[in-house]
Design a protein around this ligand. Sequence first.
Ligand SMILES: NC(=O)N[C@@H](CC(=O)O)C(=O)O
Ligand SMILES: [Zn+2]
Ligand SMILES: [Zn+2]
Length: 351
Amino acid sequence: MTRLSLARPDDWHLHLRDGAMMGAVLPHSAAVFGRGLIMPNLVPPVVTAADAAAYRDRILAELGPGARFTPLMTLYLTEATDLADVAVAAASGLVKAVKLYPAGATTNSHAGVRDFDRIAPVLERMAELDLPLCVHGEVTDPAVDIFDREAVFIERILEPLRRRHEGLRVVMEHVTTSDGVAYVRHGGPRIAATITAHHLIINRNHILAGGIRPHYYCLPVAKRETHRRALVDAATSGEASFFLGTDSAPHADGAKISACGCAGCFTAPNAIECVAAVFEAEGRLDALEAFISLNGAAFYGMAANPDRIELERVEIAQPLPGPVMVGGDAVSVFDPGFALHWRIVNKGVDL
Ligand SMILES: NC(=O)N[C@@H](CC(=O)O)C(=O)O
Ligand SMILES: [Zn+2]
Ligand SMILES: [Zn+2]
C-alpha cells in the first residue's frame, strides 16, 4: 500500500502554549489535524469558562481566516473550580473536557488537585453534564517509583474515583503502561485512553542507555519495552477506546538540555508520519484511520472530519523536520530514531 486516503485526523491531547511559542508551533498542528483538544496548563492555567474563551480567541487570531483547524478547549481543574462556571463552559460548546492534574505531577501542575475529595462535587456535575474528565494519571507520592506512578494512580485514585462517579466519562491521557491499557480495555464504554506517537516508539532505554537523551524525557516517562508493546497492540487493535493524543509539548531546547530538564516531546510536525510507520511495521495500516481519525471523535460525540488527508509511502527517507524557532530559541522536533518513509500529500494549510 503506497497511498492512503484517510479522514482528516484529530489530536486529542495538544499543548499549544501561548504567545510567540504558540505562533511558532500552531501551524504544524493546523496543517494536518482537523481539531485539537487544547491542554490548559498555561501559566497561569486556563481555569474558568472565560479563560478558555479568551485562550480560544488568541488561538483563532493566530490561525487567521481560512484555517480549518478547530481548537477544542479544556478547563484546568482546581480544588476551587466553580460548579456553575463548569456548567457555563459546557453549555458554551467551546469547552469539551476538564483536565485533572494531580498537583506536582507534570509541567505547570502546581495549581492541580491535592485532595481528591474536594473535587467530588465538580465531578458529580460533570457526570450530569456528560462533560468528560481527562486525567494525567500519575500519583505524586515521592515514595512511589516514577516508573510505577501510572499503575499506582489507577489503583489509588482512578478506580475509587470512577466507582464514586459511575456516570462520569474519563480519558486516561497519554497512557504508558500495560496496566493502563488493561484498565481501559476492561473498563466499559465510559473510559478511553489517548496514546502518543512517542510512547509507541520509545521505551526507557531510549532515554537512558548510551547517554541521557533529554528530548525523550516526557511525563509519564516512557516505560520498559513490554509496556511499549502493549501500547502498540492497543493502538493498532482498532478498539474504539484507544485514540491518538500526541501530547506534543514544546519546550525550548535550552530548557530541555539542562541540569533539570523539562518534560515533553514536540511531535506536532511529524506525529502522523511516526504513527503511520508504527502501524506499517505491525501490518496494521488498515487500523490507522480508526486510531487517528475516528475513535476519538466518536468518544467525544462528534462526527469524523468530513475532509481527508492523503499519506504517501515514499522510497526516499524523509528528513527529520528542522527545529521550530521561537525568537532565538530552537524547539527540536521528536526524532523517532529511524527513517520515516511516509509523507502527507495534501495538508490543510501551507507551512
Ligand atoms: N507530557 C509532558 O511531558 N509535558 C507536558 C505536560 C503533560 O502532558 O503532562 C507539558 O506541558 O510540557
Ligand atoms: Zn500529562
Ligand atoms: Zn500533555
